[in-house]
Design a protein around this ligand. Structure first.
Ligand SMILES: CC(C)(COP(=O)(O)OP(=O)(O)OC[C@H]1O[C@@H](n2cnc3c(N)ncnc32)[C@H](O)[C@@H]1OP(=O)(O)O)[C@@H](O)C(=O)NCCC(=O)NCCS
Length: 245
């Protein structure tokens, strides 16, 4: 895989990265953005604040063709290959497969370029448990090798992975969360046909937890109290994406 490109994303020390996070957060929201970005510098057992967009996509929503790219389902023994991409360890890879998760790997001109994982049943993210329908799949750990970023590998993994999950397991909907302050993830998610369903701000201060939910379907915003340490169930309402009716 080529070296990471000389872009602002890969250049600069901690100070310039902090400055660009602050700029991004101000762009996202002049009040909430800096609060969320600032909370990342506090110990998470004292204060934590996460701002996610819940994305939904259906098989066949988009087809971002990429020259030289292949996406295939990963199998036992692919641990070292996943490790070479730079995010998962080989042990982590084997453990997740044993737990029943499914992974896809992308190669670009024969070189390992990225991966995407799927889970069924439920997904825990901090104090929130996303409860899934039988034909829902949770997409997580979408990761592209720095040398392959910006070439459509992420969107292609989303699309090809979900299409294969639909063909093999009857999945009708993929859900995932993206960090609202991560421009690359938002652009990549939109390019693969992702539709934002809701926006969540998950806040915890010491023993207290709360979540603000904005449902893009109904336009309603509401606050919910969260139990700390034992997740609170959250079900993503269905849009017409993948709906049976
Ligand atoms: C987020 C990620 C999966 C996107 O995959 P990708 O294959 O790069 O996706 P795309 O090719 O569609 O590029 C998406 C955006 O990334 C940004 N980007 C990609 N490569 C970049 C680079 N070298 N420098 C700066 N920005 C870059 C661009 O803004 C691009 O959008 P644009 O073309 O509309 O400007 C990938 O960048 C990644 O693995 N990042 C680190 C892990 C992560 O954040 N995972 C997401 C978990 S929610």
């Amino acid at each position: 895989m080529p070296a990471p490109p000389d872009s602002p994303r890969f250049r600069g020390g901690p100070a310039s990265r902090r400055l660009s996070t602050l700029r991004r957060s101000l762009r996202a929201s002049p009040v909430l953005g800096p609060l969320v970005a600032g909370a990342a510098y506090l110990p998470s057992r004292v204060v934590s604040m996460e701002w996610y967009r819940v994305m939904e996509r259906a098989p066949g929503d988009a087809d971002p063709a990429v020259d030289g790219l292949e996406v295939r389902r990963a199998d036992r023994g692919d641990g070292p290959l996943f490790e070479s991409i730079g995010k998962n360890t080989a042990d982590e890879f084997e453990r997740r497969l044993s737990d029943g998760d499914v992974a896809f790997v992308a190669t670009l001109d024969g070189n390992p370029a990225g991966h995407l994982w799927f889970r069924s049943g439920a997904w825990d993210e901090g104090d929130v448990r996303y409860v899934l329908d039988e034909d829902d799949r949770w997409g997580y750990d979408l990761f592209v090798h720095p040398g392959a970023c910006g070439r459509g590998v992420g969107p292609a993994l989303n699309v090809a992975g979900l299409r294969q999950m639909a063909a093999r397991e009857g999945a009708t909907r993929m859900l995932s969360v993206v960090d609202v302050l991560n421009d690359a993830s938002l652009a990549s998610a939109a390019r693969s046909g992702g539709v934002p369903r809701a926006e969540l701000v998950v806040l915890s201060v010491g023993p207290w937890g709360a979540m603000r939910e904005k449902d893009f379907g109904t336009g309603a915003t509401r606050w919910r109290r969260l139990r700390r340490g034992g997740p609170t169930d959250y079900r993503v309402s269905r849009s017409r994406v993948g709906a049976a009716d």
